[in-house]
Design a protein around this ligand. Structure first.
Ligand SMILES: *Cc1c(COP(=O)(O)O)cnc(C)c1O
Ligand SMILES: [Zn+2]
Length: 440
């Protein structure tokens, strides 16, 4: 089969995926990846499902990857030999039985996208982007480095994939706004790491200027190759439920590439007959960085970029999201909603769910706080199947948890507070303390 895909703007101008281009030369609009559906539709929905099942989490490189197992729907034009894969995707769908029961839900699941090579869902898109760069280079293209602005996770992912490929990476980070764990990842992978006295939006403005040079390839999600890889989250969720579509998906949003990707994955499956209905989507924002929420409140008739305030959910501390129009278009098609969470709400929600076996990052906390509000509003029904997208591994954000469980004593303790008790090392005092804490 001749599967094909290309970049296309909203007005229909097209460019090959091997071209170094992020906006249309004619209308300056963002480019999306389009696929040749005439060819894709020659395979029946049943056959697609069977093919994906055969490959899923098996050993034939690169098809065991959750992304490359869906290669025809993601990026068919890259040669298998140029693919840089770390077996991304295939992440656990955690049945949140205890947490769900506490909320009165019987069918609540957390998609653990942070259980990945660099600890966030960013790996799903980065494998596609870096593989395409590898393709361009092997075709003779002149790319000196791949670069990104980042709130910490994109840079970790870019550094891992480029160092596996042997391609230089340039990373622009807002100084002191990423965790130590996130900062050390590109350092260890050998990326040129530039720590700038600004916020993410400030780094983004500089990297977009650098992107005028064709020999620096831009890896931010303005580049829709990443969205193609992230789209597999939806396909994988449906596959994990034996091709049933859930009722609700709640996802945290910052630059809004991921919520766009989630929607596009479902739309593609519907177009191919793999599914026959769509879920509803809720996008969750931090109240201190909520431009999409503000737009939602106007019925999406207005959008204004804002200056994001500092939030514990640092990966979504973004005031001027690059995929705003993609996201609004998706949310309208999914009867979507947008809600927000305060700093206390996101920290309490993460800590509360941690007590039922999870270990949530602050962004997942934002989504969980919105979940709780939606249940309280009865927007979500008891028997609805609900998926919360967990975007990163909690281990990347230890200070967030330490701050929660190490409260300053003259403040009221947070609701799900728990801290170690220091004791002398003797049997009697240990037993006495256990009895005191657990009740005799
Ligand atoms: C990137 C990221 C997000 C936000 O995704 P967008 O596509 O920018 O909306 C949320 N959580 C984590 C952990 C991230 O790394
Ligand atoms: Zn155009």
């Amino acid at each position: 089969m001749n599967y094909n895909a290309w970049f296309e703007c909203d007005l229909g101008c097209t460019y090959p995926l091997t071209e170094v281009i992020y906006r249309c030369k004619n209308c300056n609009g963002l480019l999306n990846v389009k696929h040749d559906f005439d060819v894709l539709k020659q395979r029946s929905a049943e056959d697609w499902k069977n093919l994906f099942e055969q490959r899923y989490m098996r050993t034939q490189y690169p098809y065991g990857s959750g992304v490359w197992g869906k290669k025809e729907l993601v990026c068919p034009i890259v040669d298998d030999g140029n693919i840089i894969s770390m077996y991304e995707g295939g992440t656990n769908l955690f049945w949140a039985e205890r947490f769900g029961k506490q909320l009165g839900l019987s069918d609540l699941w957390i998609k653990q996208c942070g259980n990945s090579h660099t600890g966030s869902f960013k790996d799903l898109g980065m494998t596609v982007l870096v593989s395409m760069v590898n393709q361009i280079i092997s075709d003779g293209g002149n790319i000196r480095a791949v670069m990104c602005a980042s709130t910490g996770d994109t840079s970790a992912s870019l550094a891992a994939y480029t160092s596996a490929a042997g391609i230089p990476a340039i990373i622009l980070l807002p100084k002191e706004k990423v965790t130590r764990e996130q900062l050390i990842q590109p350092i260890a992978n050998g990326a040129l790491t530039l720590s700038l006295e600004t916020d993410f939006d400030g780094c983004m403005a500089i990297v977009q200027k650098l992107a005028a040079r064709k020999d620096f390839y831009l890896a931010n999600s303005i580049n829709s190759l990443r969205i193609e890889g992230q789209k597999t989250i939806s396909i994988e969720i449906v596959q994990q439920f034996d091709w049933e579509v859930p009722d609700w998906i709640i996802i945290p949003g910052g630059n809004l590439g991921n919520v766009s990707a989630l929607g596009l994955g479902f739309l593609m499956m519907k177009q191919l007959g793999i599914i026959d209905k769509l879920p509803r989507i809720a996008c969750a924002q931090a109240a201190r960085a909520n431009p999409l929420y503000r737009s939602y409140k106007t019925g999406f008739t207005e959008f204004k970029a804002i200056t994001a305030q500092s939030t514990q959910a640092t990966a979504i501390q973004i005031g001027n999201p690059v995929s705003i129009h993609r996201a609004i278009r998706v949310l309208k098609q999914f009867d979507g909603i947008v809600d927000q969470a305060s700093e206390v709400e996101l920290a309490d929600a993460a800590a509360r769910a941690d007590r039922t076996g999870l270990f949530n990052c602050p962004h997942t906390g934002v989504a969980l706080a919105v979940l709780i509000k939606m249940v309280e509003r009865k927007q979500i029904q008891k028997t609805d199947r609900v998926i919360v997208i967990s975007t990163a591994n909690g281990l990347k954000f230890p200070d967030f948890k330490v701050a929660y469980h190490n409260f300053v004593p003259n403040e009221p303790a947070p609701q799900y507070y728990n801290a170690p008790i220091e004791l002398e090392a003797n049997y009697d005092s240990v037993l006495k303390q256990i009895d005191k804490q657990l009740g005799v």
